[in-house]
Design a binder for this molecule. Structure first.
Ligand code: PGA
Length: 253
C-alpha cells in the first residue's frame, strides 16, 4: 500500500446470488458500512449480470461502486450471450473484471480477448480490472514471471498512459483462488513489484507508481491486513468471502 494509491477492494460474486439474494447482501453491506469514512478504501461489488440493475438501484447514494464480471468488445451485434459496455454503463457500472482465471481456464479467454474487452470498457468510461496470474504447475516450473509478463504485456498492449491510469490490475495466482491457500505476503509482493516494473518499462515510472494492483486468492479478514501492508499491494479482489457482508467488510477495512 502506498498513500498515493487509494486501496480498492472488489467483491467478485462469480455465479452466486439471484437478484433478490443480491439485494439482501447489499443491504447487509450498507449496514456494515454505517459510520465508516468513505475516503479510506474504494469498495466495489461485482454481482452477476442478472443482478446489476437491482443492485445499481439500491447502491444509489452509497459509496460502494458497481462492477461487472466481464464485458464484450463489440458495441452491439449478433453475439449471443454477451454484454456490451454501453449496456453496463447505462446501469451505473464503473468497473469490469476482465480476464479472470476462470474465464481463461473454462471459457477459452485469451490475452488478445482480454485486451479487446479492456479497451472496450475504457472506451465506454468503465475501468477494467485486468486479472493476471500463474497456475500451480507454472509456478512450480519457475514460469511465474514469464506467464505474468505475457498477461500484462499482451493484455495491456497498445494502451495509452491515460488508459493505464484508469485500469486496475489484479494479480491472482490461480492456485490460491478458492483453495484457502494464500500467497504469502512476500510471494505476492514479489510479483506485484515485478508487475510495477513491467508497467514502468511499458509506460514510465510515474504512471507505474499510480496504477493500483490488487491481490486476489483466498483473501479474508485474517490475511488481508498483512497482504495490504506490502508496498505494492493496493487492494484485493475477493471471491468467496465477498458473499458474506460481515466477512467482506472485515477483509476490506
Ligand atoms: P477467492 O476468489 O477469494 O474465493 O479465492 C478470488 C477471485 O476469484 O477473484
Amino acid at each position: 500500500m502506498n498513500s498515493n494509491r487509494k486501496p480498492i477492494i472488489a467483491g467478485n460474486w462469480k455465479m452466486y446470488k439471484t437478484a433478490a439474494e443480491a439485494l439482501a447482501l447489499i443491504n447487509g453491506l450498507k449496514g456494515e458500512l454505517v459510520g465508516v469514512r468513505d475516503s479510506d478504501v474504494e469498495a466495489v461489488v461485482c454481482p452477476p449480470f442478472t443482478a446489476l440493475y437491482a443492485v445499481s438501484t439500491l447502491l444509489q447514494g452509497s459509496s460502494i461502486q458497481l462492477g461487472s464480471q466481464n464485458v464484450h468488445w463489440e458495441k452491439e451485434g449478433a453475439f449471443t450471450g454477451e454484454i456490451a459496455a454501453s449496456m453496463l454503463k447505462e446501469l451505473g457500472v464503473r468497473y469490469a473484471i476482465v480476464g479472470h482465471s476462470e474465464r481463461r481456464q473454462f471459457f477459452g479467454e485469451t490475452n488478445e480477448g482480454v485486451n479487446k474487452r479492456a479497451r472496450a470498457a475504457l472506451a465506454s468510461g468503465i475501468r477494467p480490472i485486468v486479472c493476471v496470474g500463474e497456475m500451480l504447475a507454472q509456478r512450480e516450473a519457475g514460469q511465474t514471471e514469464a506467464v505474468v509478463r505475457d498477461h500484462v504485456t499482451d493484455g495491456l498492449a497498445g494502451f495509452t498512459k491515460d488508459a493505464m491510469l484508469e485500469t486496475v490490475i489484479a494479480y491472482e495466482p490461480v492456485w490460491a483462488i478458492g483453495t484457502g491457500k494464500t500467497a504469502t505476503p512476500t510471494q505476492a509482493q514479489e510479483v506485484h513489484a515485478f508487475i510495477r516494473e513491467l508497467l514502468a518499462a511499458m509506460f514510465d515510472s510515474s504512471t507505474a507508481d499510480k496504477v493500483r494492483i490488487q491481490y486476489g486468492g483466498s483473501v479474508k479478514a485474517a490475511n488481508a491486513k498483512e497482504l495490504l501492508g506490502q508496498a505494492d499491494i493496493d487492494g484485493a479482489l475477493v471471491g468467496g468471502v465477498s458473499l458474506d457482508a460481515k466477512g467482506f467488510i472485515k477483509a476490506a477495512l
